[in-house]
Each structure stands twice: as C-alpha cells, then as structure tokens.
Design a protein around this ligand. Structure first.
Ligand code: SAH
Length: 371
C-alpha cells in the first residue's frame, strides 16, 4: 500500500490516505498536521520508550500505569521534551514515577455526568473533558451516538439502557457496576441523558455510591425541557405568560397517573412533561377537568435538539388526537402553556444550526392576552 502523504516523526508516523479519491486534499491535510505536531514529538516518543520497562516494573496496577503515561506525555515531562530540554524531561519523569510508585494503586472515581438532550454542542466543557478522560463509560438509551463517540477508542463502554422486550437493567445492577468499576481503580463516567438529577435516578446512584464509599461528583447537563424549549424558541417563563415552570413525570405509577392535579392546573404556568407520550390523553383530560382552558397551546418535541427533531403543535384539547404519527420509542417532551404560542417558525432545526430563524408570520393560536 502506498500513502500519498506522511508526517514522519520517527518513531511517530502519521499517514493520511484518501483511497485515491483526493491526493491533493491529503497533501493539504498533511501540511496542517505538520504545523501542529512539532518535530520534538520524536524525542518525546523515544523518551517514553526508554522509560517503559522501569514503569512496568514499578507500577504493577494497570490503572496506575495508564494514569502515569497520561501525566508523562501531558505534564512537565512532555513539556520539557518538546522544548528540547532532555535532562529536565528525565528529571521530571523520575519524580513522576517515584510519586506514582509511592502513591499505591489509584482510587477509582465515578463522575455522574449530564449528557444534555442529544446535540453534542450542548455538552458542558467539563462533561466533554470527563468523557474524553474516562476509562469506562456507563451509559443508557438517551445518550446520543455522537456524544459517545467523544470517548477514547480504548475506553470501555457499558450499556445499561433498556434491553430486549423493554426490560430495564435494574437500578441495583447499575449501581453494582459503577462500584465494581471504581474499585478497579478506574475513572468511571456515568453518562445520563439531560441532567443526571432530573428524572434520571441520579439520586439513587449517588446514594448507592455513598453506601459503598466510592468517591463521586456530579456534572449537570441541560435538561430536556430546557433543550427542547430552546430548540423551538419557547421561553419556559415569561412575564406575560408564565411565572411558574413545573417539571412533571408523565409515566404511570402502579398503573395510574398519580399526580397532584390542582397545582398543575394553575394558571400562568408552563408544564414540561417528561415521559408523557403514552399518558397524554389522561393527562390532558385531567388538566381540562381541573379547569385548564382546552385552547391552551401545547408543543410535543420528539428527539429535541437532534438532527431527527420533530415538533407537533396543538392545544390541550386536541393534542392527544394528533400524536398518533409520532414514534413512541423516541424521547418526547410535552410543553404546555401559553408560552408555546411564542414558538418560532422553523422549529425542526436545532437552535445551534439555525441561527437565522424568523418569527412566525401567522400565529398558530389566538393571541394570548397579557396577564
Ligand atoms: N434526565 C433527563 C430526563 C430523563 S427521563 C433530562 O434531564 O432530560 C426521559 C425523558 O426525558 C424522555 O421520556 C423524554 O420525555 C425526555 N427527553 C430526554 N431527552 C429528550 C429529547 N432529546 N427530546 C425530547 N425529550 C427528551
């Protein structure tokens, strides 16, 4: 095989191939890569090689070795080697290894990380950094493939979402997996759709980790209500429409939709219903029964912020009859309240990709008088 373009920093070799499709592109890419991979990378790689046997002998724990090498290349050792200061790099490497050897096996840690509603651009910087550094990623159904792709190629991926026949992995089993992985000294990222603490059972996982004395921290994520509202240009609160915003879980508890209805039917409020597609008929009927206007605007956002986003508009009175066309296996957010009348025109382009949206030319609902 011949490579049209090679960046040679022996022992480091970067080859760019286009399968013959665009050799000029390969050459241009090579020029860019040349400019960001300094020639001293060769010396850094050789330095690593010269330390391999010593590191292997003194750090017997695989996680400790993995951690050591990251620090070796990214810390003062790498900096000195890239600056051409060989003796300083050797000195730093010795200190680093002494420190790692006396520290013993690394303690594992679990990061509970919110992955947001799906669009990778809506990840926090911290979430991105933790995903990239993780030794193992424990994720479920709502985490999008693009976000998972940010993990290292060698990171282990453990799926704990719904299995066949819609059976969830029991929560205790998920907690046991997190604990076991952390006890092996690994950096575990528990990735959860949206925010880990909004209808995500993050609280139970935290309790389980605490009981097992495993250290953890939590990184918030953009919850589906916020993501979906932004994607269709609907403010969750607005001085003229809603002074309260309520997050509700619409799934059944013991076969019934067991909610405290009176506060949900209060005026000047936005309701954000999670997991509500299957029960929307009961939900809307109960709200109307409690006195909420059947003309109240409703939006159902499926796959919010993803390229597959689909939005359906209606009213409290007619939305249940309209949702038949939606795929019940996809995540859907139901937004209820007069704020929905503010929705922008081009709704199925996530905000980040459609900065030039214009307001609706024709209001879909009767204008809502300011309260
Ligand atoms: N922790 C998550 C919610 C988990 S419950 C969060 O903070 O967003 C799962 C429900 O979230 C789904 O049934 C759906 O109602 C909602 N959801 C999650 N992602 C969504 C998306 N991209 N679009 C629409 N709804 C979504």
């Amino acid at each position: 095989m011949t490579w049209p373009a090679i960046v040679d920093r022996d022992p480091v070799t970067i080859a760019i191939g286009t399968s013959g499709a665009a050799p000029t592109l390969a050459r241009l890419l090579r020029a860019r890569i040349e400019s960001v991979v300094p020639p001293a990378v060769a010396a850094l790689a050789s330095l690593g090689e010269s330390w391999r046997a010593r590191v292997k002998a003194r750090l017997t724990h695989p996680a400790a070795r993995a951690r050591f090498w990251e620090r070796f290349f990214e810390g003062p050792v790498g900096e000195a080697a890239l600056a051409g200061d060989g003796p300083a790099a050797e000195r730093h490497a010795r200190d680093l290894l002494d420190g790692a050897a006396s520290a013993g096996p690394p303690a594992g840690h679990v990061h509970l990380v919110g992955a947001g509603p799906g669009d990778p651009e809506l990840l926090t910087l911290r979430a991105q950094r933790l995903i990239r550094a993780a030794d193992v990623i424990v994720y479920d159904r709502l985490v999008s493939a693009e976000i998972l792709a940010l993990a290292r190629a060698d990171a282990e991926r453990v799926y704990v979402g719904k299995r066949r026949a819609d059976h969830c992995v029991p929560q205790q089993e998920i907690i046991a997996t997190l604990v076991e992985q952390a006890r092996r000294g690994r950096r575990v990222v528990r990735l959860k759709g949206g925010d880990p603490f909004v209808f995500g059972r993050g609280g139970e996982e935290v309790e389980g980790l605490r009981a097992a004395r495993v250290s953890y921290d939590v990184t918030p994520g953009i919850t589906a209500a916020a993501g979906c509202a932004a994607a269709i240009g609907v403010p969750l609160t607005h001085r003229d429409h809603a002074r309260t915003c309520t997050f509700v879980a619409g799934h059944l508890k013991d076969g019934t939709l067991d909610l405290d209805w009176a506060p949900l039917a209060a005026r000047e409020q936005t309701l954000c219903v999670y997991m509500g597609l299957a029960t929307v008929r009961q939900l809307t009927a109960r709200l109307i029964g409690r006195g909420l206007d059947p003309g109240t605007p409703v939006a159902v956002v499926v796959d919010g912020t993803r390229s597959t986003q689909k939005t359906l508009f209606g009213t409290l009175g007619d939305i249940a009859g309209r949702i038949a066309s939606l795929d019940p296996s996809r995540p859907a957010m139901i937004l209820i309240g007069s704020v929905v009348s503010i929705a922008v025109d081009i709704v199925d382009q996530p905000a980040a990709r459609a900065p030039d949206r214009r307001p609706r030319e024709r209001a879909p609902y009767p204008a809502h008088a300011a309260a």
